[in-house]
Design a binder for this molecule. Structure first.
Ligand code: HEC
Length: 261
């Protein structure tokens, strides 16, 4: 009886915890990713399309400080293709004459940030600095699903939209309704809005909003965890080794104890 009461209390506490979280933000949509699971690997073509989306639609607001242009060879670009991506951006420097000058970004550089600092970034975006996206997939519960859900989750607010105290809510200024964002209000304008917004070129799936959102979030998953595939491969090797090791030791054990009854 006491056990039943305790179990009931635990269940009640758990469900209360989950409903209070639900009030914060909707659970992200569940997407199946090429890199999911123990054997999952990144889809190189998808990462390359994601890079295009990032450069074309996100890099004007978001930095990607933990990624260097040279890292792009890891997603299948040739060094000269990676160089060309870098060369689309400029870097401020102080020249030998002590004067500020600009130069094209190179393979040795990190992804160029769109704003000089967080204050300038916030000033240009309704007082909310766009976060650096290098680790966003790792930093948010739901990971790539969260990223995808935010990008595809814009809509009109519900008809009678109320806060927790029951007061009516409405959007102000640059605010957008997005039920997947904690608090349901995000100031990022929908970055992906029309089919073909990014030119995917030949031999690629249609650049629908859904596809672009998947691709850029896959790219950001790689950015946040570039050594994932290697780690998984090592894990599989270790498990195989341990299985073999167990088998060998079992045979030895049987031999050694053969004459003991
Ligand atoms: C016009 C500027 C702008 C563009 C373009 C833009 N963003 Fe944002 N983004 C923001 C701002 C500002 C925030 C912070 C929003 C807030 O806190 O309300 C943000 C937040 C985010 C978040 C964080 C959500 C969270 O959980 O904190 C993600 C993920 C994101 N953006 C991804 C993208 C991707 C991917 C693209 C390109 C497809 C993109 N953004 C394009 C301005 C932008």
């Amino acid at each position: 009886m006491r056990l039943a009461i305790a179990a009931g209390l635990v269940l009640a506490a758990l469900s209360a915890a989950s409903t209070s979280r639900a009030a914060e933000a909707e659970k992200p949509k569940s997407v199946s990713w090429a890199h999911d699971g123990v054997f999952g690997t990144f889809d190189r073509k998808q990462l390359q399309r994601g890079l295009k989306v990032f450069m074309g639609s996100c890099a004007t607001c978001h930095s990607l400080r933990q990624v260097y242009y040279r890292n792009l060879v890891e997603i299948g670009l040739t060094p000269s293709e990676a160089k060309a991506v870098a060369a689309t951006k400029e870097i401020d420097e102080i020249g030998d004459d002590g004067q500020p000058k600009k130069r094209k970004a190179e393979l040795k550089d990190r992804f160029v940030s769109p704003f000089p600092n967080a204050l300038a970034a916030a000033a240009a975006n309704s007082n909310k600095a766009p976060p650096d996206l290098s680790l966003i997939v790792k930093a948010r519960a739901g990971g790539a699903d969260h990223c995808y859900s935010i990008l595809t989750g814009y809509s009109e607010p519900p008809k009678d939209w109320k806060d927790e105290e029951g007061r009516p809510r409405k959007l102000e200024g640059a605010q957008q309704y997005n039920k997947y964002f904690p608090g349901e209000i995000i100031v990022m304008p929908p970055p992906l809005t029309s089919e073909g917004q990014i030119d995917y070129g030949k031999d690629a799936p249609k650049a629908t909003v859904d596809q672009m959102a998947r691709d850029v979030c896959a790219f950001l998953s790689w950015a946040a965890d570039p050594t994932m595939e290697e780690r998984k491969r090592t894990g599989i090797k270790v498990v195989l080794f341990l299985l073999l090791f167990t088998a060998v030791f079992f045979v030895i054990y049987r031999r050694v104890w053969k004459n003991v009854h």
